[in-house]
Design a protein around this ligand. Structure first.
Ligand code: ZN
Length: 193
């Protein structure tokens, strides 16, 4: 299982980078797997681009956030751990600063849910207030908001999605970016007289 999850974290990191959902050294991806000694989270390292990670770059940590391998995990490790704790049924998390969705996050407009990914239970994708990246406040508020949601918008920051696999979380982030793009175009066209 460990090898499979680590491979998936590497592949989905490259995927979200190639799809333009993250750039530079932003964003982080993780997957969870079960072991005889409790759950382990495989997460991308800090200060490295998601573009071309290798399996040996991925950091393994236990449920308490203790490092089981060498290297320094993403600065958002606390947020990933808090979300896994709040949602025992999810096994993948992807956080990006996708340009269109993040544009909405910096504006006073919200992203409407569109068909294509699960049931629509509320009109807009849930968002949470701005908290400093890497902070305990962000971790706790994101985890709380995601209890009953698969994806949320972090105001003035980005997007975070969860899934039953890492791939599902990555696909959801991609879907949210596509609907944000569509809605952006719609807003622009509607503003032309
Ligand atoms: Zn971020």
């Amino acid at each position: 299982m460990e090898k499979e999850i680590v491979k998936s974290v590497v592949e989905m990191s490259a995927y979200v980078f190639q799809r333009g959902l993250v750039s530079g050294k932003a964003g982080n991806v993780s997957g969870r797997f079960k072991t005889d000694h409790g759950d382990v989270v495989a997460i991308t390292p800090t200060l490295k681009s998601l573009a071309d990670l290798r399996e040996e770059d991925i950091i393994l940590v236990n449920e308490n956030g203790e490092n089981l391998t060498k290297g320094k995990p993403s600065s958002e490790l606390g947020m990933h751990l808090a979300i896994y704790k709040a949602k025992p049924d999810i096994y993948g998390i992807v956080h990006t600063h996708s340009p269109y969705a993040t544009g909405f996050a910096f504006s006073n407009k919200r992203i409407k849910r569109l068909e294509g990914f699960g049931a629509i239970e509320s009109e807009y994708i849930k968002d949470i207030d701005y908290f400093k990246p890497g902070s305990e406040d962000l971790a706790q508020n994101a985890a709380e908001a995601l209890r009953n949601e698969d994806v949320i918008i972090l105001k003035n920051h980005g997007v975070i999605a969860t899934g039953s696999t890492v791939k599902e979380a990555a696909t959801l982030v991609e879907f949210v970016e596509e609907i944000a793009k569509t809605q952006f175009v719609t807003h622009v066209l509607n503003s032309i007289e």
